[in-house]
Design a protein around this ligand. Sequence first.
Ligand SMILES: NC(=O)c1ccc[n+]([C@@H]2O[C@H](COP(=O)([O-])OP(=O)(O)OC[C@H]3O[C@@H](n4cnc5c(N)ncnc54)[C@H](O)[C@@H]3O)[C@@H](O)[C@H]2O)c1
Length: 343
Amino acid sequence: MKSYKVGIVGLGWVAGAHLRTFAALPYYEPVAVMSRRKLDPEEIRREYGVNVTVYNDYDRFLAHKGLEIVDICTPHPFHPDATVKAANAGKHLIVEKPLSLTFEDSKRMLEAVKKNKVKTSVGFWIRLMSVTKAMKSIIDKGLIGDIYYAECDYFHGIGPWYGQFEWNIKKDMGGSSLLTAGCHSLDIMLYLLSEPVEEVFSYSTKNPNPVYAPYEYDTTSITLLKFVKKGLLGKVASVTDCMQPYVFNMNVIGSDGSIDNERFYSKKIDGLLDWSTLDVMRVDSGDVARHSYNEQFLHFAECLDTGKEAINSLEAAYETHRVIFAADRSAETGKPVRISEFS
Ligand SMILES: NC(=O)c1ccc[n+]([C@@H]2O[C@H](COP(=O)([O-])OP(=O)(O)OC[C@H]3O[C@@H](n4cnc5c(N)ncnc54)[C@H](O)[C@@H]3O)[C@@H](O)[C@H]2O)c1
């Protein structure tokens, strides 16, 4: 595989984990960092083991000689403009989730990426986890039969102990519980089921614990999904204000069996007395040091080499975001919302 020159925008928590992953893979060469702060390249070299040029101007950063991939790691509202500009400059893109805080912004990101025919990888790394691969494979082989229900839930308290708390508490920065983090659960449900959603209904609330009081929006939501496929329903809970260890839940129920994360049962397999446990890596931490960026970036390098679209492409993420925007509108209006309102 070829080695790709990559530049990072916004050197914060997630960007550090990306940079460490790039440095460890032979398929990437980090060459530039774009920051609003004055950063010392020597300090970056000491911390991450990479030689980069630091820019404070995005146009100059994009003009860095040989730059092929732009990796956008700034807070949510800054993703759209940076993406559109990089796509128009012909750069391939890694974009952190969520894509944007509005449907219109997600749409213009998709348009720019399509117009410029650049390749994309959105931070939905859970699609690349081994537990997800095993679940998808079991579903696609028909081992649990005809699926009629799924639950995917995100429980992770994003309190003051997280660096992003400072900006994430603001409505115009964090957006909503689903946008800021629960999007992982919604995304994985859509990926596992591979079925379009027709309508959603959502309620939202927040933890009364004063530690979460600074949030300007409801930090817990529950969304019910009705799919176009007759009889198929889903539920996504996004609880970003809990007081418990991290839990990521994926549970898919079919006519002949179920998968509950790494636990599998099927009437199609003879001799099973109880749940069987799959030897896979679970999604079990909110710490970016334990996220599978390795898998995400290996997959992206392979896509760039072969011209394939990534399974976590911006186009795929756009479909997830249409459902998120519909769910958030439902929570605001108290009415069910059809996904066709976002097209
Ligand atoms: N894929 C995942 O699982 C995952 C995990 C964590 C974070 N993220 C996403 O990565 C992005 C960055 O999150 P983070 O936790 O690294 O945040 P962070 O606050 O640690 O880093 C943000 C970086 O952006 C820079 N920045 C530029 N303009 C800014 C502004 N106006 N306000 C604040 N910072 C500004 C900051 O200087 C900082 O270097 C977010 O969109 C977040 O949702 C994704």
